[in-house]
Design a protein around this ligand. Structure first.
Ligand code: DGL
Length: 295
């Protein structure tokens, strides 16, 4: 009896955590999940065929997320972390409605922690256009930024620079400088990184904003939330050995492997995925995301 129950639980508990982003940004969340949950297996999916998500319509992002989540479910994923503010803002509710039995952790810009930490009532929010224009973001500001002035900046082109591995090039510096200029002039003392790509240019941001600027990366809080959800459902891994990490991309796997090496200093097995069904964009039916055979 005990054995049957035990093995059934173990099968679920040993399912992987799936992590989704348009590109490499979610790796800034993956590194904190790994620190906090070292025994978990992590499947990271980058939808690099469609990066950046920032300027895309919400409905489109929702269809991508559903396709990627179906792929993750085929891998027996027990929890999905949408490690992307833009995708969470666009389609988190849609995703939860499509997969009601699957625990899903989303992200939102850390407006509340930012408002709590500012000493002078001025905070800066760096996020994509999609996030800043979303209803979800408007509601966050409405609820948590009362009495605080929030300066917003979409940092156009920054995601592309980070995808290209240019973390401190002159173009990247210019984009960040342009974004920070009005905030620094206004005396902002706290910056919120509202896009998971941006922590990879944190050293640059801190250098340009000065050592006294408080910069908030929400990734550790997201990792804690993922742990809480797994604990609450009794789904934590029982393994004693370290969990593995596998990367997938709808773009070029060789490139993603190299990007991860640059950004995290580690090598991980990386495979390709292919989208199917995009040609029937306006028709009903699911977009499929399938393994791409190795050449
Ligand atoms: N990393 C994503 C985020 O957190 C979005 C980047 C993109 O525009 O694709 O918002």
């Amino acid at each position: 009896m005990g054995l049957i129950y035990g093995s059934a639980v173990a099968a679920e508990n040993e399912g992987p955590i799936g992590i989704l982003d348009s590109g490499v940004g979610g790796l800034s969340v993956l590194r904190h999940l790994r620190l906090l949950l070292p025994h978990e297996t992590l499947l990271y999916v980058a939808d690099q065929a469609h990066v950046p998500y920032g300027p895309r319509p919400a409905g489109e992002i929702g269809r991508f997320l559903e396709g990627l989540t179906r792929f993750l479910l085929e891998q027996r994923t027990k929890l999905v972390v949408v490690a992307c503010n833009t995708a969470s803002a666009a389609a988190l509710d849609q995703l939860r409605a499509a997969f009601p039995d699957l625990p899903i952790v989303g992200m939102e810009p850390a407006v509340k922690p930012g408002a709590a930490q500012t000493r002078n009532g001025k905070i800066g929010i760096l996020a994509t256009v999609g996030t800043l224009e979303s209803e979800r973001y408007a509601s966050l500001v409405e609820r948590f930024a009362q009495g605080v002035t929030a300066f917003e900046e979409p940092c156009l082109g920054l995601v592309e620079q980070i995808e290209a591995g240019r973390l401190d090039g002159s173009e990247t510096r210019q984009i960040v400088q342009r974004a920070l200029a009005p905030m620094l002039a206004a005396g902002v003392d706290t910056l919120v990184l509202g896009c998971t790509h941006y922590p990879f240019v944190l050293p640059l941001i801190q250098r340009l904003a000065g050592p006294d600027m408080v910069v908030i990366d929400p990734a550790p809080a997201v990792a804690r939330q993922a742990r809480r959800v797994l604990e609450g459902r009794n789904l934590l891994s029982r393994r004693l050995e370290r969990g593995e990490v596998y990367l997938y991309t709808t773009g070029d796997p060789g490139r993603l492997a190299a990007q991860a090496r640059q950004l995290l200093g580690e090598e991980f097995p990386t495979a390709g995925l292919a989208w199917q069904g995009e040609e029937n964009w306006n028709q009903k039916g699911n977009l499929l995301c399938l393994y791409k055979p190795m050449k």
